[in-house]
Design a protein around this ligand. Sequence first.
Ligand code: FBP
Length: 548
Amino acid sequence: MTKSALQIARAAYKPKMPAALSGTVKAVDGEYTQSVSDQEDIKKLFPNTYGMPIVTFEKSNEKKELPAINVGVILSGGQAPGGHNVIAGLFDGIKTINKDSRLYGFILGPGGLIEHHYKELTDDIIDPYRNTGGFDMIGSGRTKLETKEQFDKGLEILKELGISALVIIGGDDSNTNACVLAEYYKSINAGVQVIGCPKTIDGDLKNEQIEASFGFDTACKVYSEVIGNIERDCNSAQKYWHFIKLMGRSASHIALECALQTQPNICIISEEVEAENKTLDDIVTYIAGIVARRAENGDNFGTVLIPEGLIEFVPAMKLLIAELNDYLAKHDAEFKMIKKSEQRTYIISKLTKDNSDLYASLPEGVARQLTLDRDPHGNVQVSLIETEKLLSEMVATKLSEWKKEGKYKGKFAALHHFFGYEGRCAAPSNYDADYCYSLGFTASCLIASGRTGYMSSVRNTTAPVDKWIAGGIPVTMMMNMERRHGEMKPVIQKALVKLDGAPFKAFAADRDEWAATTSYVYPGPIQYFGMTEVCDEPTKTLQLEQRG
Ligand code: FBP
């Protein structure tokens, strides 16, 4: 296989690890835990895995001989830079426990477990993937692991391969399912531990103990590089408004981080839109107002960042989507029988009055996109909704009205971009390479200390790596009850952008100036080799959150 010069050099990179993980490790139990809310419900649903203590790993002088273990690993959901390093860290970790330990990768996500598709991961297989992006070593998938039949089918292959621990690398939904699986296997004394690892570029799987989901750092740096390039082009040609939609299904962490890195003229934060009960027209008026003010200074150009999930946060749209989700969950087969050309009219006839009126008012394309298949977790596939075009079209209409009224004299030409897939498989930054390797290694320590229903956690990651703190967090601690597919379900609480949090406040303090002036910052490409301040800087979000 031909490799680029960077790939060859990068293969030799040795990820840095928390000092506590080198040598013998001991597990220190902390406080017993509770779920973030709905404690009684969650406790009832997870009688065997609820309330366990937080674990921290510390260096130990005790030398312990541990038996070899067979471990399975699954990559679940969307790709995120660093997944291969989690596997490498896990592999090195279980080999440190006992050199005869074995690792099996299930192919193409949780489906591989159910369908018994796997391969043993040996040095020969793992080494070429060290420090690389992508999930292609074993592939990923979005099959939802949720039924007893699936769990039992999975157990058959785990037993056949003598696997006593399974590591599921995934986002909030996949880790929720990992916990349900841990609970089930414990309840039937299956002898299989289940450990989760926090993955998602979206950055919304985080809390007091889980500082960041892996991949967020690299993906944001890739998007910020390209946004910076667009800003420079924009400021050079001075003739376009660039509407840039950024991935992140629900939360606006990616858009916010990219705004902090690149200082665009406008960045919409979905969580603020929801909190302030904004309508689509409010958002359009806000953007058009800035376009008009810049035009007064002769600046008929600019950049607008739009979070992928925005549409679901506009309160009226949220109600519409919730009703659509419930309706389509119950009448999916019937809906699929309706001719494409008649689906819009069909939906209009089925919804309640307000939602029906709103649905009818949406441009054809967006209305259709809202009824496309949900993902296996019941989420609208927001990456398929062209919010950037919807907004720029509506801004253009508003500006032409203002022109007629003599309120606007500029020129408005828009270009559209969507950055998502471009960043999800990038070679992990040093931060993600180190963080992921440490998460994988920590998972091996959780396995060795007999834990199940835990998520691997590495904290204090704005400090030098040797000071990072490794441990485990009971997954039930992060759960609450939410409505999914029309039913109340226990799920890990999504971390949305906090409007009273330091990253949002830093953005809000400067955004008016960025709107009026042209204060672009050009972060440039990720640097893998060189000065630590250029190569190892964590995200602005994390730095601001840690500063408090
Ligand atoms: P995960 O939550 O599984 O990590 O996926 C995140 C994400 O990249 C979102 O940002 C995006 O909305 C979605 O996946 C796209 O889904 P798909 O990979 O199926 O196209």
